[in-house]
Ligand binder design. Sequence first.
Ligand code: PBG
Length: 345
Amino acid sequence: MNAPNFSFIPNLRMVKPTHLLTRRPRRNRKSPIIREMLAENRVHTTDLIFPLFVMEGQQQKVAIKSMPGIYRLSLDYLLEEIAECVELGIQTFAPFPALPESLKDKYALESYREDSLYLHTIRTIKAQFADVCLVTDVAMDPYTTAGHDGIVEEGKILNDETLEVLGKMALAQAEAGADIVAPSDMMDGRVGHLRRELDDAGFTDISIMAYTAKYASAFYGPFREALESAPKFGDKKTYQMNPANGREALLEGQLDFEEGADFLMVKPALPYLDVIQALKTHFPIPIAAYNVSGEYAMIKAAAQNGWLDGEKAMQEALLSIKRAGADVILTYFAKEFAQKEKQGL
Ligand code: PBG
């Protein structure tokens, strides 16, 4: 073999290793076949949960400006969307309701009214798609005039009083056909309360996906636009976690674990990969991560500007969330990812 010729680079001589390079990690990267065979992590469509936004009316499809490709859909269109997604291999969906202001109040009464849009949506999806798995949202914010996740009294978000509402909501969702209820509010004690309420009513099979480490994050902006659910006053810092804290997530994890959660979730995902990893290490139950609206918006905005390759950035972002330890990922990329997987990416 000819000695490499470095003459085109002035003053560069080949580095002669002082020892034999017995470890050359590059050998395991030398061809696409080897790289693929040795991939430590993979993302599959079956790992993904697709969040959906349902609104009242018929033939309604309202684009969410900051989330290109994502819409608020009336139920008829939502069913068509689910049919398409099922065809692509998506099996699990997380619907959220967008309510008109006229249905909002202080106590989120609409959240457990038998004929409400959301409960009707759950029943209809389960009736039409027997095999679909539904993760339903248990939180007051889409239903309250204040836009907070709890009952507000004199500017304070009440904890224990809110649990009562969450219990009624979870029961109503279980009755409507939810497979997994997901409390997304960060009130203390909600997992234990929901577990007891569900069990007492005979719903011992309904799982709880706890939003365990949900941070008070700027990355929820587009979601709040989608649901018009931004808080009318203040912020959510007295219940959602401080982004500065990692150890505190272990306390939340321990409480949710002891109270009977079936999944622990971290949210958002990308700025909190360390938290995903910590929960994965400490708790022997599945870990979910919510790749939230702002994380989706960032990649889409940059891609639309031609500043990065949107598809590759999506793949890499989802992969990093799995690598950190997530077993399942809630993501607005689910449909796009499934399309790419189907085309054989
Ligand atoms: C609130 C809730 C939020 C999201 C889901 N449920 C955000 C909030 O605290 O306002 C955010 C999801 C996203 O940004 O994609 N119960």
